[in-house]
Write a protein that binds this ligand. Structure first.
Ligand code: ADP
Ligand code: AMP
Length: 217
């Protein structure tokens, strides 16, 4: 039996931070659509070039492109036992496509932890976020600082600030989330999959409640 967990929440809610720990705990791959796009952008693949302008404006990459990328990722053998999905789905059409893809694999989404954080907190979270160049490990200069400033604790690579974490772009990303992604809260609640978590608590507290919620389902 496979386990698919979808982490839902606005940009800066802590999805990437929690997905990494949860994936380790469950021994499943962590699939982040944003990381996959950034990897393609770094390697200047056709997919990366297609996504670039949308990402820099803080808009969503079109559904067909995004769904195609996730379809390929789910075909990799390590996804057979399940995955922790972070940043996908982000629209109702993507959620329908995910249900169909998992259906073909004889599986389904088991649980959707929704990490809830008010908009006023998100700007501060994202303006202090530092991301690791090599593998996308996530830090915050105040809430989760690296041991050595500017260096990733895990792999020693350089930390950088994402271009789309500038306050102007973040405001647009939050508006896009409210319009296009927030409807998924009701979508997954109606399917009986949603578990809401208070994402304003310290990172470890959210992790504790997340693991408990997933194990309960
Ligand atoms: P998302 O993947 O949802 O966009 P991240 O996991 O990248 O969010 O977290 C955004 C920023 O907020 C990062 O700098 C991270 O270190 C920080 N952060 C994550 N969870 C918390 C928390 N519970 N309290 C304070 N800061 C947090
Ligand atoms: P993230 O790393 O999740 O903050 O995503 C960074 C950017 O990648 C987003 O602002 C979008 O431009 C793009 N992106 C990531 N996931 C998706 C998705 N599921 N659908 C459309 N665009 C996405």
């Amino acid at each position: 039996m496979s386990t698919f967990v979808v982490l839902l929440g606005p940009p800066g809610a802590g999805k990437g931070t929690q997905a990494e720990v949860l994936a380790k705990e469950l021994d499943l791959p962590h699939i982040s659509s944003g990381d996959l796009f950034r990897e393609n952008l770094k390697n200047q693949t056709p997919l990366g070039k297609k996504a670039q302008e949308y990402m820099s404006r803080g808009e969503l990459v079109p559904d067909d492109v995004t769904i195609g990328m996730i379809r390929e990722r789910l075909k990799q053998p390590d996804s057979g036992r399940g995955a922790v999905l972070d940043g996908f789905p982000r629209t109702p059409a993507q959620a329908d496509a995910l249900a169909a893809l998992l259906g073909e694999m004889g599986s389904e989404v088991q649980v959707v932890p929704y990490i809830s954080v008010p908009a006023e907190t998100l700007i501060e979270r994202l303006s202090g976020r530092w991301t690791c160049r090599a593998q996308g490990h996530i830090y915050h200069e105040k809430y989760n600082p690296p041991k050595t400033p500017g260096k990733c604790d895990t792999d020693g690579s350089e930390l950088y600030q994402r271009d789309d974490d500038k306050p102007e772009t973040v405001k647009n990303r939050i508006a896009v989330y409210d319009q296009q992604t927030a409807p998924l809260i009701a979508y997954y609640r109606d399917h009986g999959k949603l578990v809401e978590l208070d994402g304003t608590q310290p990172i470890e507290k959210v992790t504790e409640q997340l693991i408990a919620a997933v194990e309960q389902k």
